[in-house]
Design a protein around this ligand. Structure first.
Ligand SMILES: Nc1ncnc2c1ncn2[C@@H]1O[C@H](COP(=O)(O)OP(=O)(O)OP(=O)(O)O)[C@@H](O)[C@H]1O
Length: 267
């Protein structure tokens, strides 16, 4: 069982006030942890701390009891894959999409070693699964934002980590691909991966129905099972907007809606 534990995490960028203080977070194999919160509160910053990219201003992050900061980047990459947020700017990566996803194998290869035939065949299977085969030869920079996002996910899977940290993994995707990625996340967790993701859609967290944390203005942090955290009153507090979590009569599925009356009055 792999465990990522963050204790009393605080972070501020140079010369700015703290984004968050005293955050406690746990993720273990088989678990999905969704993080929600308004724009700019520090979700990506927190993920960077959890991935070992940023050093927290205070607090610790441990992986199976060992400080994340003490692991080399290659050791970390064999355990944790980090899929950063998509940028709307065109990326300067000049690799083909195929070569880009194969970079995921780097932590498992010695310096200058080429991916093996098995690596390549797994890459082809994953590219096909996400309908990327036909553009695999194209430059990564030239494919669409959604195709780049799917390729980043394929790259993380090829890394064969134990935990995956996704920053808004569906932000550039059409609704079918959103569902495809959410289902993949659920299946990955069922096969033992620990997954943490940020999302701006409470309905994704309701669908995944596992652990949820909210980071609100002034660094307010609350964690618990989805059913406890994803309530109308808590989400309305977090987003400072009246939101309704309703139960659909036909399926008893919970869904988060903006009521028409709220929308009409919104200014
Ligand atoms: N490298 C940086 N240097 C200084 N400030 C930064 C840096 N990166 C982010 N910030 C600031 O920190 C705050 C939190 O940013 P972050 O990207 O973590 O928020 P977020 O919750 O992920 O936002 P969003 O939902 O919009 O993606 C923002 O005010 C941002 O401008």
């Amino acid at each position: 069982m792999t465990q990522l534990i963050a204790t009393d995490l605080s972070f501020h960028y140079a010369d700015t006030q703290s984004l968050f203080t005293g955050i406690n977070f746990q993720l273990h194999s088989g678990q999905i942890h969704c993080i929600l919160g308004p724009n700019g509160v520090g979700k990506s910053t927190l993920l960077n701390c959890l991935a070992g990219v940023y050093r927290p201003t205070a607090g610790t992050v441990t992986l199976n009891g060992h400080s994340l900061r003490r692991l080399s980047p290659a050791q970390r990459s064999r355990k944790i894959a980090y899929v950063p947020q998509m940028s709307s700017e065109r990326t300067p990566v000049t690799f083909s999409l195929r070569d880009y996803v194969l970079l995921g194998r780097a932590p498992h290869l010695s310096l200058l070693a080429a991916p093996t035939a098995k690596d390549r065949s797994r890459a082809e299977a994953l590219l096909a699964r996400f309908n990327l085969s036909s553009c695999a030869q194209q430059s990564y920079a030239a494919v669409s934002g959604g195709q780049q996002q799917l390729a980043s996910i394929v790259r993380a899977l090829l890394q064969e980590p134990e935990l995956i940290i996704f920053d808004e993994p569906t932000s550039a995707l059409d609704v079918a691909n959103q569902v495809r990625v959410l289902k993949l996340i659920q299946k990955l967790a069922q096969t033992g991966y620990g997954i943490v993701l940020t999302t701006h859609d409470p309905n994704q967290a309701l669908l995944l129905n596992d652990q949820v944390s909210t980071l609100a203005q002034n660094g307010q942090w609350q964690s618990g099972p989805a059913a406890k955290i994803l309530t109308s009153s808590h989400l309305s507090d977090v987003y400072q907007l009246p939101l309704n979590v309703v139960t659909l009569p036909a399926t008893q599925q919970k869904t988060c809606i903006v009521d028409q009356t709220v929308f009409r009055r919104f200014s």
